[in-house]
Design a protein around this ligand. Structure first.
Ligand code: FES
Ligand SMILES: [Fe+2]
Length: 346
């Protein structure tokens, strides 16, 4: 067990869909090792084109299928003694034995591909998926530059995905961390929609061309996927995908599509669009002092934060939403407003 975020109340990894690759990274026949949720895994794209994720260590003698395993049709063959495993994790062939096959099975994890993202389902109790995230409209819209190969940025960070999700209702931080101007960042509506959480925020930033009014519409799918549409500069759709590697570390993938410059039909984002992609990545995973990531990697988690009146409704709704995805038996009590203190004499 590695280290954990101090004060974090959950012991299980949250249930849901997580981005583990971009579709274009895996060609038919590709095999790669992966580690998520403290599990050693193998990911492969079969000859027919389906991505599968299985437990990595062969049930025979324990070789790692992600290191030297080979795709055979829909199956994967172990590099050590050639046993073949199906996409369902069943043993389908022991090539040198009269026994032909054995009943031992590998764990398998559901995978779907949506809008160019490879998504893996995880549930600590092994339950099957009960929803699917929707497509990302901007990733299919010719009015936007294509995501591949300029709109995908990958990184690793030392905090759990919960913190990125919580950012959505944290309106005051937009001014202090992201330099939204004056005292006007605000939250429009927010809504727990069961499997997703919807938030609108608005505010303004100073640009070289003057004040730009920004609106973001955010849809959070489970704990692993945050889809946002930003308008006010140039329209942009982006997905922040975060998947736990272990109790502290996570892999982060940011996928961004920016609206084309008027009249531009090429596939290469213009300089303004590229700057927006880079700035977005910098805001989320850049290691800038006082940036989101710097704060998240050094904070201690408050399951019982001292909240002021304006903050309670958003945080209560969001924390109630996220709690549903953790299978822990003990969950933290609801957040509440902290009493005012008398004003200090000057
Ligand atoms: S360890 Fe995989 S076939 Fe022997
Ligand atoms: Fe932020």
């Amino acid at each position: 067990m590695g280290s954990r975020l101090r004060g974090f109340p959950y012991k299980t990894f949250p249930r849901g869909w997580y981005q583990v690759a971009w579709s274009h990274e895996l060609a038919a026949g590709d095999v790669r090792p992966a580690k998520y949720f403290n599990l050693e895994l193998v990911m492969y794209r079969s000859e027919s084109g389906k991505v599968n994720i299985l437990d990595a260590h062969c049930r025979h003698m324990g070789a790692h299928l992600g290191h030297g395993g080979k795709v055979c049709g829909e199956h994967i063959a172990c590099p050590f003694h050639g046993w073949k495993w199906s996409a369902e994790g069943a043993n389908v062939e022991v090539p040198y034995s009269r026994q032909k096959r054995v009943s031992a099975k590998l764990g398998r994890y559901p995978v779907i591909e949506k809008s160019g993202l490879v998504l893996m389902w995880y549930a600590s109790d092994g339950r099957a998926p009960d929803y699917e995230p929707p497509i990302v409209p901007e990733f299919h819209d010719d009015a936007y530059y294509p995501v591949y190969p300029h709109g995908g940025i990958k990184g690793e960070a030392n905090f759990p995905p919960q913190l990125l999700v919580e950012n959505a209702v944290d309106v005051p931080h937009l001014k202090y961390v992201h330099n939204w101007t004056a005292d006007e960042p605000g939250m429009g509506k927010f809504e727990d929609r069961g499997q997703s959480f919807y938030v609108e925020t608005f505010g303004a930033i100073d640009t070289v061309k003057g004040i730009a009014r920004l609106q973001t519409q955010i849809e959070i799918w489970g704990i692993g996927l945050v889809y946002s549409h930003l308008s006010g500069l140039r329209d942009m759709g982006f997905v922040s995908g975060m998947v736990p590697i272990d109790d502290l570390r996570s892999e982060v993938r940011l996928t961004t599509a920016v609206k084309r410059k008027a009249g531009d039909t090429g596939d290469e984002p213009d300089s303004f669009a590229r700057a927006m992609i880079a700035a977005q990545a910098e805001e989320v995973i850049g290691m800038r002092a006082g940036g989101d990531r710097d704060i998240w990697e050094h904070m201690e988690y408050r399951a019982n934060p001292a909240l002021v009146r304006e903050e309670v409704a958003g945080w209560l709704a969001l924390r109630n939403f996220t709690a549903k995805f953790y299978d822990d038996e003990i969950k933290p009590p609801p957040v509440k407003e902290t009493e005012s203190a008398p004003t200090l004499a000057a």
